[in-house]
Design a protein around this ligand. Structure first.
Ligand code: COA
Length: 336
């Protein structure tokens, strides 16, 4: 049987900073409690990039180096890097160029892709299309965000939710049927004001006024985001299952964006999918935006067997949202 040329994940890497910010520590910043944060979000702690000489590109490069080290893949063979991030080091130059430099990707070209918490899933699809078209052979897809750079640690509505981190996967072609099979992606611009950092762009360039108005920090209407996240992830999971003739019993794992444990549990309930097959690491890292999904793949890679069917789903600012269906393939194992 001839299979179409698929793009499959052949290596996974990750990085989280050493500094841990616990719920207890946040009690001294804002009027909150470990009990409130745990029961309302599932988060116990998050990682913070506390070294002020480092930024998102460094976390991305660390995650790539972890991937290259674990897989034994030569950085000089990487064709392209797609960096999903909402917190690039600078507005210019693109962070992907810094990452290529820092990770030793000497022949790779690359670019940033900003689709907030859906960024990694969108980037995975773009990278897969390069492989499927036979244009490129080794694509690194990275999700990395330093959310601590845009969080207001005086705002209890947001500061408890986010953390810093980066995850990376390598995409290569497969002929065994493994790899990315399908995506359902959507955007809804009506949601754009519900979750935003409005300052520092072309509408409100940085000024004393934008700083005074706290426009450089993340702002959100938590309730509206919460409701739409459940609807968006559930509906795109249902749509992708329907058009691939899948029922929940046929899916081995769901990897949801890690924004709030209650959102994840609600999606699982609506899909009638058991929570023991839903991957969750939000308690350790909080919401790391574009990094949550690759960090889940990194944390749980030992659980996935060749041929396992994964449903990955994300929701983020924009609104952006969607689901991807893929079959897990064979990872490189380093020859020592
Ligand atoms: N500690 C204690 N109390 C807090 C708090 C905190 N960290 N944050 C908010 N509260 C308070 C609110 O001020 C509110 O008080 P009030 O009734 O006196 O006004 C009360 O808790 C209830 O707030 P509410 O918004 O109803 O809580 P919630 O159950 O909706 O949970 C979120 C709030 C933010 C956790 C929840 O809405 C959420 O997770 N939204 C989605 C966020 C998200 O995932 N964003 C990223 C998407 S990619």
């Amino acid at each position: 049987m001839i299979h179409k040329r698929n793009a499959t994940i052949t290596a996974v890497g990750g990085y989280v900073p050493d500094t841990i910010l616990t719920n207890k520590m946040l009690e001294s910043y804002v009027d909150t409690s470990d009990e409130w944060i745990t029961s309302r979000t599932g988060i116990k702690e998050r990682r913070i990039l506390s070294d002020i000489t480092l930024a998102t590109s460094d976390m991305a490069a660390f995650a790539i180096k972890d991937l290259l080290h674990e897989s034994g893949v030569d950085p000089k063979t990487i064709d392209c890097l797609i960096l999903a991030t909402s917190t690039p080091d600078h507005i210019l130059a693109p962070a992907a160029t810094l990452v290529c430099e820092k990770a030793g990707l000497t022949i790779a070209w690359g670019f940033d892709l900003n689709a907030a918490c859906s960024g990694f899933l969108y980037a995975l699809s773009v990278g897969a299309s390069f492989i499927e078209s036979n244009r490129y052979h080794k694509i690194l897809v990275v999700g990395a965000d330093q959310m601590s750079a845009i969080v207001n640690y005086e705002d209890r509505n947001t500061c408890v939710l986010f953390g810093d981190g980066a995850g990376a996967v390598l995409l290569e072609s497969s002929s065994d049927g493994s790899g990315l099979i399908d995506n359902v992606f959507k955007v809804d611009g009506k949601g754009s004001s519900s979750l935003s950092v409005s300052g520092g762009g072309s509408l409100y360039p940085a000024s004393l006024v934008t700083v005074a108005d706290k426009k450089h920090f993340i702002q959100q209407d938590g309730k509206n985001v919460f409701k739409n996240a459940i609807l968006g992830m559930t509906s795109t999971c249902s749509e992708i299952m329907e058009r691939n003739q899948l029922d929940t019993a046929m899916i081995d794992w769901i990897i949801p964006h890690q924004a709030n444990l209650r959102i994840i549990e609600a999606v699982s309930k609506h899909l009638d999918f058991p929570m023991d097959k839903v991957k969750v690491n939000i308690q350790k890292y909080g919401n790391t935006t574009a990094a949550t999904i690759p960090l889940c793949l990194w944390d749980f890679k030992e659980d996935f067997k060749e041929g396992d069917k994964l449903l990955i789903t994300a929701f983020g600012a924009g609104f952006t949202y969607g689901s991807t269906y893929l079959k897990w393939g064979k990872l490189h194992s380093k020859i020592i």
